[in-house]
Design a protein around this ligand. Sequence first.
Ligand SMILES: C[S@@+](CC[C@H](N)C(=O)[O-])C[C@H]1O[C@@H](n2cnc3c(N)ncnc32)[C@H](O)[C@@H]1O
Length: 344
Amino acid sequence: MSQLVLCRRGCVGAKLHDAKAKLGLPRGGRRPTLMVRAGVEELIKPLTSLGKVADLKSGIATFYDESSELWENMWGEHMHHGYYPKGAPPKSNQQAQVDMIEETLKVAGVTEVRSVGVRAMVDVGCGIGGSSRYLSRRFGCRSAGITLSPKQAARANAISQAEGFGDKLHFQVGDALAQPFESGSFDLVWSMESGEHMPDKKQFVSELARVCAPGGSVIVVTWCHRVLAPGEAALRPDEAALLDRICEAYYLPAWCSVEDYSKLFEAQGLTDIQTRDWSEEVSPFWGAVISTALTGEGLAGLLRAGWTTIKGALVMPLMAEGFRRGLIKFNVITARKPAATATP
Ligand SMILES: C[S@@+](CC[C@H](N)C(=O)[O-])C[C@H]1O[C@@H](n2cnc3c(N)ncnc32)[C@H](O)[C@@H]1O
């Protein structure tokens, strides 16, 4: 668990680490067409570190305050990757995002509303509430969402009211690392692509487990770095440099691997831990995002949204490159909190 908590000083971005061995890990089969020349990480460093903030939380809040409207206009209510399995018929990006939710539920075994009994869920890092609305329609459940972005929370509430959810859904500004909820409150604890923003993964998983009701499910879908090879202490410097640029642009702390997450889940006493690597299944995503950014509407929206969002757009090819190199992984981790045992 080499790189779990690196931003104690409040810095944004992972540190470079010495690598001890070359890996030669197999890479994913399908390659995005975008290639990034070696060394580009250093070339764009002055741009990605321009406007860097010392405080990660306010950086994240500002990033989503400024970029969410553009994302919603171009892509809709879901702010996460789509699921595009190999050989499947073409589909819209929005359908691919819904499929991501459905496929994730299957991994967790949370598919049948009656057998699962999802009455209340928490949407940790809720964006503008797309997952909550989808899952509330699916299970008839209530949802409480938290985000660091005041604009996202307001927009999530406005859309949900307009769509008739009433008091079933509520979104607020809140920190995933100190959740404003009683222990054991939720049958379903859902974190779709927010874990990568968490500077303390141990505290993050501990809070997910705490707010989960006995017998409930915890689901994390997140960006990870590759699993380190035996004897390898850290990522290679070139890999760390690539992640550093992404961290600066997207306000991310240090990354960890899916193996690290599994250990954290185990340490919390969670059971039935399932993991998936869907790096192949999401591979068309960044090309699709770049295509929409390069339209007239996308470029005009980027200019309106400002530098923070433009910086995010500049590193999109680095995300594709990270997947191509087998460095960035798209992982799912699901588990159950054991049901309470009756005391004799
Ligand atoms: C990529 S968006 C995903 C949004 C949403 N889950 C979805 O799939 O549409 C990441 C979200 O994580 C939230 N986030 C990041 N760090 C957080 C933290 N410490 N506490 C609460 N939310 C956080 C951001 O505010 C943002 O809403």
